[in-house]
Design a binder for this molecule. Structure first.
Ligand code: LLP
Length: 417
């Protein structure tokens, strides 16, 4: 995360002092580096040079419209999973012709919205969905381009909650049964079969599961060709991991080389749906120490950010680095970094070896750009935090901190109470 660096023991994001931003916007807040976002996007996209491809950023990892606009400016598309994500993508100026739509439970209203927006492709996950999509397209007098999301049954070797390509997972259609579904799709008059898609899991730290699923998909595409069904798009999903602690995931270029090698000469257009690898390490969550206390042999550092702001540690036991915004040195201690929420599971780090922090000190929770803000909630009636982006020596709030009024917006007390 070299766009977040120390100079004279003070943490900077690009050329701006993190403490200066905290002084103005207050804590907690998510802080993005424009330079890191752009570099990560380019590093990923450039790795696929030489093959026809489209990088559809996976919006579930981060859906701030400023972040999306940056990728749109780089020629990026979007991987969406809801009508809300489609709305955001269009608001950010992403070309609908570069949007792919995945997810097991698209509603009829969402299908209508996406068909009338003329998105590039629906990654369909069941026979009933194919039929529903065909009905919607027919009603709207359109043709919808579809792929079938196949489940290749490969083990991504990642956390069970974020593994998606195993037989027992709810996603996609068993690759062995997908041929049948392609026949169904090809027989539906308002669908145009154009793709095969898959997504096997997230935070993968090896390339072999990607290559294994690609091998299976290639066989499927060859079989479909023999049956007269021509595939144009091969959507490999997302999933490339990042370094949170000591993981050593392949570089985007290594991932791309492995895919290109397995793919060989082809006229297929590759679609990639990276999320975490682009935004994860381009952002930190800045928080402030409220209190410290020791009970027996345990130290607690209580900060103003909590599990509602960054859910990953509580939900998956995920590791996020914690750094002092002003490095003071001193004898390191072991401490739990916890939030104000009334749950024992509310922690950002456990048993962490850290320099001592005092009341009022700022700290940075590292690698917070992916599945950080997007998974945040207002639990305990805590307004969602601000998001800020730095570019060079300037910064801008890209999402205002929510207010108490925002918390109750839309709530009504009916007459009968
Ligand atoms: N495409 C599809 C269809 C997906 O389901 C996902 C992620 C992606 C792309 C992007 O995957 P990525 O490149 O970011 O690994 N909340 C969890 C991660 C859930 C991932 C869900 N699907 C976490 O915080 O680790």
């Amino acid at each position: 995360m070299h766009d977040f660096h120390y100079s004279n023991n003070e943490l900077f994001c690009e050329d701006v002092l993190v403490a200066e931003i905290a002084g103005e916007v207050k804590t907690p807040f998510y802080l993005y580096s424009y330079e890191a976002l752009r570099r990560h996007f380019r590093a990923f996209d450039d790795s696929f040079k030489g093959v026809g491809h489209l990088t559809c950023f996976s919006m579930k990892s981060n859906s701030n419209v400023a972040v999306l606009r940056l990728f749109a400016n780089e020629g990026g598309g979007a991987d969406i999973v809801s009508g809300g994500e489609l709305y955001r993508a269009l608001r950010a100026g992403i070309d609908p012709g570069k949007i792919v739509y995945s997810g097991v439970g698209k509603t009829v209203e969402e299908l209508e919205y996406a068909v009338s927006s003329d998105i590039l492709m629906f990654n369909s996950e069941s026979e009933q969905e194919l039929i529903a999509l065909n009905d919607v397209a027919k009603r709207l007098n359109r043709k919808a381009r579809v792929s079938i999301r196949v489940n290749p049954d490969v083990d991504p070797q990642t956390h069970p909650y974020i593994s998606t390509g195993l037989k027992e997972n709810k996603f996609g259609i068993d690759i062995k049964k997908s041929f049948e579904q392609y026949r169904v799709a090809a027989g539906l008059g308002n669908l145009t079969v154009t793709g095969v898609s898959c997504h096997i899991g997230s935070q993968l730290t090896r390339v072999s599961p990607f290559v294994d699923s690609l091998r299976k998909i290639k066989d499927l595409i060859a079989g479909l060709k023999d049956a007269g069904i021509r595939i144009r798009y091969l959507d490999m999903g997302g999933g490339l991991g990042i370094t949170y602690n000591e993981e050593k995931p392949p570089l985007p270029v290594e991932y791309a080389e492995a895919i290109k090698k397995e793919l060989g000469n082809t006229d297929l257009t590759l679609i990639l749906e990276p999320g975490r690898v682009i935004v994860g390490n381009a952002c930190i969550l800045v928080a402030k120490v409220l209190y410290t206390k020791s009970t027996g042999d345990k130290n607690f550092i209580i900060v103003d950010a909590a599990m509602n702001d960054l859910m990953r540690p509580s939900l998956y036991g995920s590791y996020h680095g914690i750094r002092a915004v002003k490095a003071k040195g001193g004898q390191r201690i072991k401490a739990d970094i916890v939030g104000p929420i009334c749950e024992s599971g509310d922690f950002l780090a456990k048993e962490r070896d850290i320099e001592p922090l005092d009341r009022g000190d700022l700290l940075a929770v590292m690698s917070a750009g992916a599945y950080g803000f997007t998974m945040s909630s207002t639990y305990n009636s805590r307004p969602r935090v601000a998001e800020v982006m730095v570019k060079g020596n300037i910064y801008s709030v890209i999402r205002k901190r929510e207010t108490y009024e925002d918390l109750v917006r839309g709530e009504e007390i009916p007459d009968f109470i």
